[in-house]
Design a protein around this ligand. Structure first.
Ligand code: SF4
Length: 503
């Protein structure tokens, strides 16, 4: 089965999916009627454990600790793994799950610009229960495993196949020279899509590390430098990787590959680094592989004046770089960062929340730009790699909340009455209802350079423009006053009641 054939199967198999929904409902239904992505998680967990997935779920529970909320409201976690797979060249990514989930994930991945086909092995209640689904996955994997086209095939079990124990780990590790990687990414065991990125990035690094330990591996296609380099962990804006390279130059270092990588050979290269910059702090499985390869890691990122100075200091401590060189590196960039921050001031009170894992870094940059940041919520867990940022923010009086829920983010808006709320879709929606300027974190903030001089002034324009729009919001609110609420919401309860009374 080719990727386009597997994709067309989505269209052909609409009827069987109605059967697969029967199975999904059967597994997830709860006596309290809590079915759905975020309901019945305990039952799904029990089913998955009974079906042989205990070890995987226990590892996830260790890697991605829940609490104070079990699962912040967010998109389907599997999107993170799917995105990482779809960004890799010469990699086929295949989903196994209910067609409704696959439809949503395929839609979202193409909305975010995926240029590759999403593979799908459909199932119905019979193939799920009899184990035929695993045979179908195996057959599809063999048909896809063309070394002319692919370095790797990634197979992702969604909620129902994970709860049913579909054993992707029993697939061959390699077919015709194509690497086979099967992972379980259920919504009831992985809190956020950010952490699902880590699951696949970590699984690929583990595979590549095992290959490198077994013997010589292919050279990366383009190693631009012979200097020792720093591997960069986190999906960063492309300009940030160039900025990091310039920051490292005076230290006799270079910027290495960004993990998650874009091609298989970069994984070997990433493992060959001098140290690892954990720019995004939630990559726990990825870090485990760097640990196993003996590569030291350090946290935070070079954002703003103080953030950049502190980042250079912790890197130099880690690698024992002389203070002279560090001073040279600082002198080369800090004045430019100071100038950029001064030239693009932000004068606004801001609350900020998101699920990308870079929220604390953005908050640092906003504060250094002059903003009055009161609250930072992130759907990601607390790890040691964001401790420097948390310490710094808390020392400035900012409330930092890990695994923040939507309710936390909305309560912060109520408590701090900001001039601007930066957040996820429901936060922005709520802010609009309040006639409060707001910006989407994922689309408008995290898709910008943040680091070094390039990042220093990059947020001011979009933020200041949004804050200036407050008057427009006020006039719109006055114009539409009352529309969409009470009797004008489209639910005419009082009138209906009166009609009944009259009747
Ligand atoms: S796979 Fe994703 S969309 Fe489907 S039920 Fe699980 S969490 Fe929800």
């Amino acid at each position: 089965m080719t990727m386009s054939e597997t994709n067309s199967t989505i269209q052909k198999e609409q009827k069987p999916d109605s059967q697969s929904n029967i199975v999904a409902t059967d597994i997830t239904s709860s006596p309290k009627g809590e079915e759905g992505c975020h309901g019945g998680a305990a039952r799904m967990q029990e089913a998955a454990k009974a079906a042989g997935k205990s070890q995987v779920l226990e590892q996830y529970a260790k890697d991605y600790p829940a609490g104070p909320h079990d699962q912040p409201q967010s998109m389907c976690p599997a999107f993170g793994s799917l995105r990482v797979g779809l960004r890799m060249r010469r990699t086929a990514t295949v989903l196994s799950g209910s067609a409704c989930c696959v439809y949503g994930l395929t839609f979202t991945s193409h909305f975010y610009g995926a240029r590759r086909t999403v593979g799908y092995v459909p199932f119905d209640s019979e193939t799920l229960v009899t184990g035929k689904l695993f045979e179908d996955i195996r057959e599809a994997t063999y048909k896809l495993a063309d070394p002319e086209k692919y370095d790797a095939i990634v197979l992702i079990n969604l909620c129902v196949p994970t709860a049913s124990g579909v054993p992707l780990e029993l697939l061959p590790k390699e077919i015709n020279g194509v690497r086979i990687i099967g992972i379980d990414v259920p919504g009831f065991g992985v809190p956020t899509h950010a952490e699902a990125k880590d699951i696949l990035a970590g699984a690929m690094l583990k595979y590549a590390r095992t290959e490198a330990e077994a013997g010589p591996v292919a050279q990366p296609t383009a190693r631009a430098t012979s200097l020792p380099f720093i591997s960069l962990v986190g999906e960063i804006f492309p300009v940030d990787a160039i900025t990091l390279g310039r920051l490292l130059e005076p230290l006799g270092l270079a910027a290495g590959p960004v993990v998650p990588t874009r091609e298989w050979r970069e994984l070997y290269s990433a493992l060959d680094c001098a140290a690892v910059a954990m720019l995004h702090p939630f990559y726990t499985a990825t870090r485990r592989e760097f640990d196993a390869a003996g590569r030291p890691c350090f946290g935070s990122a070079p954002v703003g004046y103080e953030g950049t100075a502190a980042w250079l200091d912790s890197l130099s401590r880690l690698l024992g770089i002389s203070s002279n060189l560090v001073d040279q590196a600082k002198n080369a960039v800090l004045p430019a960062i100071k100038g950029a921050l001064k030239g693009s001031p932000i004068d606004a009170r801001i609350t900020l929340s998101g699920y990308e894992g870079s929220e604390l870094l953005v908050a640092r940059l906003l504060l250094e730009s002059g903003a009055d940041v009161r609250y930072v919520g992130t759907a990601c867990p607390r790890t040691e790699w964001s401790d420097p940022d948390r310490d710094w923010l808390e020392s400035k009086g900012v409330q930092v909340r890990y695994r923040a829920s939507l309710e936390d983010d909305l309560a912060a808006i109520d408590e701090f009455s900001p001039d601007l709320a930066i957040g996820t879709t429901p936060v922005v929606q709520k802010a609009k209802e309040l006639a409060l300027p707001s910006l989407y974190f994922t689309n408008l903030i995290s898709a910008r350079p943040l680091m070094g001089p390039a990042g220093a002034g990059s947020l001011a324009e979009v933020i200041n423009t949004a804050v200036r729009g407050r008057e427009r919001f006020a006039s719109m609110e006055a114009f539409f006053e009352g529309v969409g609420s009470g009797n004008s919401a489209g639910v005419w309860e009082p009138q209906t009641a009166r009609v009944k009374e009259v009747a």
